[in-house]
Design a protein around this ligand. Structure first.
Ligand code: GRF
Length: 198
């Protein structure tokens, strides 16, 4: 009997990534895109010199620079972002070091589809300077959290977390390096988990 070859038609999920800086998390998502089952349709930055834009270009991904300083209000800038992202109609909008607070309009436009990575074990240490605050508080562990984005800063449903022990010799800088290395493992896993749930 001749067996016909079965081909599994696994379609890729389109995603958009928003960045403002180095984009090392973006790089990890690029490197793991096949395994996650995603196609990165576009990388958008609000900073023209964000190194992540170079990473995207090198990987052959479309890039878009949208300068927030050119808009009168946060809402105007977010409308421009919404318009651009709507042309792509992605399954997920991934924030990877995007240093802008998003308006309610933006969050409602992509409700349940926006993910962020935060360098702390949420709900502890929302906002900035997470590592120094964790050290100052005498915490035994720091870490990273991937969560859904809602209107309340760093407060949406947690998808995955990874802890990192704080050593007595750790500084905010040394801890940031160790946590970032874990972020690179965590974000691809979290995206895969969310897409698997759909
Ligand atoms: C990461 O520490 C992430 O947790 C935070 O911003 C940083 C982005 O780093 N949201 P990179 O641009 O991905 O290198």
């Amino acid at each position: 009997m001749k067996l016909s070859k079965i081909t599994v038609n696994k379609s890729l999920s389109n995603i958009v990534v928003l960045i403002s800086g180095s984009g090392s998390n973006l790089q990890s998502i690029i490197d793991n895109a096949n395994d996650i089952g995603i196609n990165i349709e576009c990388v958008i930055s609000n900073k023209v010199d964000a190194f992540g834009l170079n990473r995207a270009k090198k990987a052959g991904i479309a890039t878009q620079f949208i300068d927030h300083t050119q808009f009168k209000t946060r809402e105007d800038f977010d409308q421009k972002l919404i318009q651009h992202i709507n042309t792509i109609n992605p399954e997920l909008v991934i924030l990877a070091g995007f240093m802008r607070i998003l308006s309610t309009d933006f969050i409602n436009a992509f409700a349940g589809k926006i993910l962020n990575i935060h360098p702390a074990l949420l709900p502890k240490y929302k906002g900035l300077n997470t590592h120094q605050r964790a050290i100052d508080a005498g915490e035994k562990f720091a870490g990273a959290t991937v969560h859904f984005v809602t209107n309340e800063l760093d407060s949406g449903e947690i998808i995955l977390q990874q802890s990192v022990p704080i050593q007595s010799i750790d500084t905010a800088e040394s801890l940031a390096k160790k946590v970032l290395a874990q972020e690179h493992l965590l974000y691809p896993k979290a995206i895969k988990k969310v897409l698997g749930l759909r």
